[in-house]
Design a protein around this ligand. Structure first.
Ligand code: NDP
Length: 256
């Protein structure tokens, strides 16, 4: 593509100084550089107004050397995330958060897949895990992880159950899972009592303990011995999220 005069380009916007967001943005920039993609970073101060942010998004929508636009979440409280995400051109929406792309995922006819769920699907496929007819339980129903995750599993003919904070008998439901995907944001909440022997466990959670240690939503030490496969934190789902972001940027560059 470079020889043909096109280098895929990703613009990452970060507002404020959330330390976790800073780490994510740095990792994305670093990966772009490693694989030869062009990237631009826009680090805006916390007090940036919504109108200023929307103006930047509009400028990037029109910028020819930028094929993917990513606004790092969360945004400061005075900015409406939905308004900002909806302003990104769907063709450059490499996070797949725009309603047009969300709708396309629902009907199974998509250009981009949301980065974390798609990264998980790739991990599952690469590990040779068959999903057809399997009982899959997804704990968490966020628009970013839980809901699209359930949809992608459904597209692969799994039988999918979605759990959330109001779910009754969570332990019993989790115990039915052949594949258990956990995205709740609660450190080490899922222990061996939630997992049946031989299950596949995907831990999306990223939580900092008081001693700064990074842990998942799954209590890895108690659960791992009983599983057929399990993802660690760090080094499991997180890197796959970035892989998908790069793939989506490449897809966008090919189409634009
Ligand atoms: P959200 O906070 O948006 O959603 C959490 C979900 O978990 C909600 O649906 C909530 O239910 C549910 N939940 C909370 N507590 C319980 C409980 N006790 N029992 C059952 N369900 C519960 O989080 P995200 O989906 O954005 O992220 C989840 C985790 O994944 C976080 O740790 C985040 O840091 C991590 N993450 C990691 C990524 C990666 O690349 N590795 C990418 C994105 C996120 P309800 O809807 O009822 O409130």
């Amino acid at each position: 593509m470079k020889e043909a005069g096109k280098t895929p380009g990703l613009a990452v916007i970060i507002v404020g100084d959330n330390p976790a967001s800073r780490v994510y943005v740095n990792n994305k920039k670093k990966t772009c550089a490693e694989i030869g993609m062009y990237s631009e970073e826009y680090a805006l101060p916390e007090e940036t107004t919504q109108d200023e942010l929307l103006e930047l998004v509009n400028t990037l929508n029109k910028k020819a050397d930028i094929h993917g636009i990513l606004v790092q979440l969360p945004l400061p409280g005075h900015i409406d995330e939905k308004t900002v995400l909806n302003a990104i051109l769907p063709e450059k929406d490499v996070d797949a958060f725009h309603p047009v792309n969300v709708g396309k995922i629902m009907i199974g006819d998509f250009d981009f897949l949301p980065c974390t769920p798609a990264g998980i699907m790739e991990l599952i496929a690469e590990s040779g895990i068959e999903l057809e007819g399997k009982n899959c339980v997804v704990v968490g129903r966020s628009n970013i992880v839980g809901k699209p995750m359930a949809m992608l599993l459904l597209h692969k003919n799994a039988t999918v159950t979605i759990c959330h904070s109001k779910t009754k008998n969570l332990k019993e439901i989790c115990k039915t899972a052949d594949v258990l995907v956990v995205a709740v944001g609660r450190a080490q909440m899922i222990n061996d009592e939630y997992v049946k022997d031989g299950a596949v466990v995907i831990d999306v959670g990223m939580n900092r303990l008081e001693d700064k240690k990074l842990v998942g939503d799954v209590d890895f030490d108690s659960v791992a011995p009983h599983t057929a496969a399990i993802t660690p934190v760090p080094g499991g789902v997180g890197p796959m999220t970035i892989v998908t972001l790069m793939k989506n940027t490449l897809t966008a560059a090919k189409k634009l």
